[in-house]
Every structure is written in C-alpha cells, then in structure tokens.
Design a protein around this ligand. Structure first.
Ligand code: PMP
Length: 351
C-alpha cells in the first residue's frame, strides 16, 4: 500500500470471506448458503422489475420491503431498518456505536466481521470467552458496556442461546444496546423479535441470505424500537441514500410473502442436518450441537486442514478456520440430501 491514505488504513485487518468459486461440479458447503433455490415468486418479481423501471432510482426508504418485513414479524414499519445484506446493517449498527466511551462486548469465537468493524470504526471491545462447551454464558456479560452483540445461534459454532436467556440478559442490561444477529435463527431457534416490545434497547438483525436462499441479492434488516431504528436511518442517510436497488426490494418482498416455500425449505435443511449429524457421529466425529444450517465438527484422529484438502480433491468445499480453539474443527454447511450423502461417502473414503 502506498503512503497517500490515512496511516490508520495500513493497520486495518479486513474480513476474509469464504471462498466463492464457480460452481461447475463442486459441492459448495463453505459459506452457509441455502442449497435450495429461492421461491419461484422471487424470480417472477425480479423479471417484473427488469423492464422499464431500472432506469429509475429505487425508493430510498424501501417502504414496500419494510412493510413486508413488518407484516411477517408483527411489528410496525418504523421498527424496521433495511440494508444491503445484514453485513451492511451490522456496519451501520457498529457506526452507531462510534466514539462510545465504553467497550462493546462479544464472544471470542463469533462472526469474525465484528472485530473488523471495531477496527474500522475504532470501537473499543472486549471478547468474552465461550464456555468449555462453546456456549455463551450470559452471566459473563455483566461488565459495564457500550453494547453487547452476538449471533444466535452463534457462528461458527451453531450453538443456540434459549430465548429465556436472552430475556434474562436484557433484564440485566438496560443501559446499552443488545444486538442479536439472527442470521441462522430460522433453522432451529425462536426469534427475539417479540421481546422488542418490552426492551427498547434490543436490536434484532436478520438476513434473507440463509433461510430465504437469497445470498446473491444482498438483503438484510434490523427490527427494534422505533428510537433505535431512527438512529440507524440517520447513520445510513449520512452514508448512502439508496441502500437497496430495485431488484433487491422486489425480490425480498416476494421472498417474505411466500411463507410456504420458506417453511418447506427450512424444514428440509433441518431434516438433512439431523441426518448428517447422525452419520458424522457414526464416522467418529465430535459435533457441537447445532441449531443452524451448518455443523462444526472435529475428528479426534485427523487433522482438520488435511481433511478439508482431501474433501477438496473430491470436489467438496467446507470451511476451516485457523483460529485458536477451533483450528481442529471444520464447518460444514447443510446441503441437499444428495449433497449430504456425497459428503458422508467422501468422508468414509478418506478417513
Ligand atoms: N451474521 C452472521 C452471523 C453471518 O454468519 C453472516 C454470513 N456470513 C452474516 C451476518 C452476513 O450475512 P449477509 O450479509 O449475507 O446478510
């Protein structure tokens, strides 16, 4: 990097995304996409949008989308904030914590974008270790803080914190924002959105990338008290007045409206997960309990990086994190039944 920009940029550690290769004949189980296509109604909506209207700017408020999300979750439109993937919603959330004089708390093993945002916006933070069983213990989040954030289920562990625990955390933490990143909640947890009525400091972040099969469209949203949402709108308005393009708005509305497709595909993923967990356990893997569309597993006798490379030779990609405590684990996204079978067969062949 040359000398012209701010020296602070030299010290940034950018997020390293999972590999996004061309599919060809690969079985891609590395970045937790949904193995099923989105609702056919999404494709219709996208086609409907492609004609005349791309010439025109989109609605800067994405009002139709906010209404669709509000209907789905039983909240008011002013309680919904939308963005270009939940990554952008998270970025704005961290920007809203800018120059806070208290540290933000999050688990030491969690979505690796959180420390990246803290670095980018110079936000002080404390990483709270997970328990020996890789669980979030709410009792550890009692420090005075500028905000608490974690995914539920956590990533990349897949472990779920029951809703009652989130309620208890909120009872004890009334002076700062509590952000629950529910990217994977539809695969086995109960959303915290109903708690928004009781707790004006709760922000729930969701995405259409996982349970709605729309990772390529980049749509995420946050639900919270109108006061919290208003602050995010202010941050967004200072950044980009058009958060979502016309295709994203049209496709996202259709996805939220097709509840049957949503139910069918998410349940299919849950069934495949249960099957895969039984098979992996039969192969000797240690598996963390998962409520997500992935499993984090370790084979007691085999090196994780080596196993990932052997799977790769068989055209199956899984994710290996070189991070303390989980460097001997692999994260495997739940695929279709036939992809899960292919994974198990390949593992059987290489173990
Ligand atoms: N939160 C968590 C916990 C994730 O794992 C991901 C996906 N990498 C995201 C947020 C971001 O998802 P998206 O930007 O596709 O909505």
């Amino acid at each position: 990097m040359n000398k012209f920009w701010s020296p602070a940029v030299r010290d940034l550690t950018p997020y390293t995304p999972g590999e996004q290769p061309r599919l060809n004949d690969l079985i891609k189980l590395n970045t937790n996409e949904n193995p099923y296509p989105p609702s056919p109604r999404v494709l219709e909506a996208l086609q409907g949008e492609i004609g005349e209207t791309l010439r025109l700017y989109p609605d800067p408020d994405a009002e139709r989308l906010k209404q669709a999300a509000a209907r789905f979750y039983g909240v008011e439109t002013q309680q919904v904030f939308v963005g270009n993937g939940s990554d952008e919603v998270l970025a704005h959330t961290f920007q809203a914590l800018l120059k806070h004089d208290l540290p933000i708390l999050f688990p030491d093993i969690t979505y690796s974008f959180y420390p990246v945002y803290c670095g980018l916006y110079a936000i002080e933070h404390i990483c709270i270790p997970l328990s020996e069983r890789f669980e979030i213990r709410i009792g550890d989040y009692r420090l005075t803080n500028g905000g608490i954030i974690f995914p539920n289920p956590n990533a990349p562990t897949g472990c779920l914190l029951p809703l009652a625990e989130i309620g208890a955390l909120l009872e004890n933490n009334t002076e700062s924002v509590v952000v629950i990143d529910e990217a994977y909640i539809d695969f086995g947890g109960e959303t915290a959105v109903p708690l928004v009525k009781r707790f004006p400091n709760l922000l729930v972040i969701q995405t259409l990338s996982k349970s709605r099969s729309l990772a390529g469209l980049r749509v995420g949203f946050a639900i919270g008290d109108a006061g919290l949402i208003e602050a995010l709108e202010r941050v967004k308005g200072s950044f980009n007045s058009y958060p979502l393009d016309r295709l994203a708005i049209a496709g996202a509305v259709a996805a939220l409206e097709d509840r049957d497709h949503f139910e069918r595909t998410r349940l299919a993923v849950v069934r495949s997960r249960e099957w895969l967990m039984r098979e992996l356990s039969g192969l000797g893997f240690e598996i963390l309990p998962s409520s997500a569309n992935f499993v984090l597993v370790r084979h007691p006798l085999r090196d994780a990086a080596e196993l990932a490379a052997l799977l790769r030779q068989r055209k199956i990609i899984v994710r290996h994190f070189r991070q303390p405590r989980i460097e001997q684990f692999l994260r495997m996204t739940i695929g279709t039944d036939s992809q899960c079978r292919a994974l198990v067969e390949s593992l059987r062949a290489v173990l």
